[in-house]
Design a protein around this ligand. Structure first.
Ligand SMILES: Nc1ncnc2c1ncn2[C@@H]1O[C@H](COP(=O)(O)OP(=O)(O)OP(=O)(O)O)[C@@H](O)[C@H]1O
Ligand SMILES: [Mg+2]
Length: 260
């Protein structure tokens, strides 16, 4: 059965996109069929896979959302799914920020548009992983409503932890539309485990959320290699397969699969 995971935290820059990209690659290395979905108008995931000008793509998530709103048929899958090695992507473009959100606001069943798009694809994949923007918008709500579980990356910083609280409030509201949304767990990213600050915040997170949610054992280490891999439009697993970050994302993928 296909599992749909939304990767979300209202705080920006906590490693959401990096996690989607590398988790996707690691899962496909484990033989899973993976679709990544970019629902962030910044299009970082799309660019992170090597698409330099997402706004020039003929068909992106924006066009699919417009088709659902206008009750038109979706184009053929090969028109909107891009393939990179073993990983597929529904790309995003900046149109989703302005026109896209404006049209979505007044659409019928406006929270369920992404869910409708994905319904068509669930037979083809083991995992669909959605990269969300660092803001609470109807797009984020669409991602939450469309998913089975929410994976929450957080850096060991107090503001990122506040972002978890805000996200959980949004998730509880989204449960009005999809009561079954569960939390996959919290993933600590960009960690410098040697510092006292890391230890303090890690303990704070355990105290605040450890009873209610799974906090993954894998800690994603901080590494300048991640920025370099972004520059080359590749996942860290491809760019530096023997790095600590690549190893951590592989380990995390195994932990996530064992979550069921
Ligand atoms: N493990 C890591 N070590 C060092 N830098 C990292 C690591 N993971 C991510 N980064 C860097 O941190 C920045 C933010 O990462 P990323 O874009 O994945 O976060 P995000 O949560 O998706 O951001 P946004 O909220 O803007 O969408 C990027 O410059 C990225 O290269
Ligand atoms: Mg991002």
């Amino acid at each position: 059965m296909c599992k749909v995971i939304a990767v979300a935290n209202v705080k920006g820059g906590v490693g959401k996109t990096t996690t989607v990209l590398n988790l996707g690659y690691a899962l496909s290395e484990l033989g899973k069929r993976v679709l990544l979905v970019d629902i962030d108008p910044q299009s970082n995931l799309t660019m992170g896979l090597g698409v330099n000008n997402p706004d020039e793509l003929e068909t992106t998530l924006y066009h699919l959302i417009m088709a659902v709103i206008d009750h038109k048929e979706l184009p053929d899958k090969d028109k909107y799914i891009l393939t990179f090695g073993n990983t597929d992507l529904i790309p995003c473009s900046i149109d989703l920020a302005g026109a896209g959100q404006f049209r979505l606001t007044s659409a019928m069943n406006r929270e369920r548009v992404l869910d409708k798009i994905l319904a068509n694809l669930k037979d083809d994949y083991d995992y669909i992983i959605i990269d969300t923007a660092p803001t609470v918008t109807l797009l984020t709500v669409n991602a939450l409503v469309a998913c089975h579980t929410v994976l929450i990356p957080t850096t060991p910083e107090i503001f990122a932890v506040k972002g978890i609280e805000l996200l959980l409030e949004t998730l509880y509201q989204a449960r009005d539309v999809n009561p079954a949304i569960a939390v996959e767990g919290i993933l600590m990213t960009i960690c410098d485990t040697r510092t006292n600050r890391f230890k303090t915040i890690y303990n704070d997170i355990q105290d605040a959320y450890g009873k209610a949610f799974r906090i993954f054992d894998t800690l994603i280490p901080i590494s300048t290699k991640v920025g370099e891999s972004n520059l080359y439009g590749r996942s860290i697993i491809e760019y530096q397969p023997n790095s600590k970050v690549a190893a951590a994302y592989r380990e995390f993928a195994k932990e996530l699969v064992s979550n069921g």
